[in-house]
Ligand binder design. Structure first.
Ligand code: ADP
Length: 269
């Protein structure tokens, strides 16, 4: 973004001369955009759950409500507060990553055991069965355990959320050349063709009748993409609408250098 000024020089003898000034406004423009985005998010995304919380609170405080209705209203308040809290956390996470303030602690990690830990947290949730296929030896990557956990957590929670009638989720680890992959496959709703290009866009949610009732912020996959880029890896998906999806996370494989049986951590350059 450049700002352009043009002035005629007024001094005598310089009447036909002009002064042209270019000013680089790129950084200011970026800051303006971030501010606008923040304002629009606060007004649209945060107001809706807050309005619903306030509305139900008001009814509960000011009117006689039957006990069974009371419980229903309180459940809505709880659900909406939870949504608000997730939205704020996800939004702040993404802001931190986009502005380069996120610190990544890269250490050698066994991808299989990290994936197994995340799967264990989700096993049985909403009646889902996670089938984890692990290799017979550790596959190491040099990465940040917390952020990689966040990535797998977001993808697995989507696999569960968007498979309301298909309980099986397959998770596997593979090594091809110098790349390690985690594949997460569900047999659920799948992704409509026209939604595929926008899936990793902030606040983008598929607005199909098959998933209107499923809650979310539209930030989960944007966070996944941002983290994987920052970690020097990648994320892709293949999906057939109505049949299911496979999300794949990839990272460079890492060979810890073994000296007399002990693992030595090598500095990342
Ligand atoms: P959220 O789940 O909060 O809406 P995400 O960024 O995680 O946001 O996902 C964006 C959209 O992509 C979702 O609204 C959903 O429709 C679609 N999606 C993501 N993962 C899956 C999946 N495993 N199966 C079907 N649709 C999915």
């Amino acid at each position: 973004y450049y700002e352009l000024y043009m002035n005629t020089l007024q001094e005598k003898g310089h009447e036909n001369r002009y002064l042209i000034v270019f000013r680089d406004r790129t950084e200011e423009e970026k800051a303006d955009q971030a501010k606008n985005e923040f304002v629009s998010i606060v007004s649209h995304e945060l107001r809706t759950p807050l309005a619903s919380i306030l509305g139900f609170m008001e009814i509960l405080l000011n009117r006689d409500v039957k006990p069974e209705k009371q419980k229903k209203y309180m459940e809505t308040i709880y659900k909406e507060s939870h949504r608000l809290s997730n939205l704020i956390n996800d939004f702040l996470d993404l802001q931190r990553m986009e502005s380069g303030r996120q610190v990544y602690m890269k250490v050698p990690l066994d991808l299989g055991s990290l994936t197994a830990d995340v799967c264990a947290q989700w096993q049985g949730k909403e009646g889902h069965r996670l089938l984890l296929k692990l290799p017979d030896r550790p596959y190491y990557v040099l990465s940040d355990a917390d952020r990689l956990t966040q990535v797998l957590h977001n993808i697995i929670s989507n696999a569960i959320k968007y498979s309301p009638h298909s309980p099986d989720i397959d998770v596997s680890i593979r090594l091809e050349g110098d790349q390690c992959y985690v594949d997460i496959t569900d047999y659920g709703l799948g992704i409509p063709e026209e939604a595929k290009a926008n899936l990793f866009t902030k606040f983008y949610r598929v607005d199909n009748t098959d998933r209107r009732q499923i809650g979310g912020t539209g930030l989960g996959l944007a966070i996944v993409k941002e983290i994987m880029e920052d970690l020097g890896g990648g994320v892709t998906f293949v999906s057939r609408f109505g049949e299911g999806s496979t999300f794949t996370v990839s990272l460079d494989s890492y060979q810890p250098q073994s000296v007399s049986g002990r693992i030595v951590v090598v500095e990342d350059d």
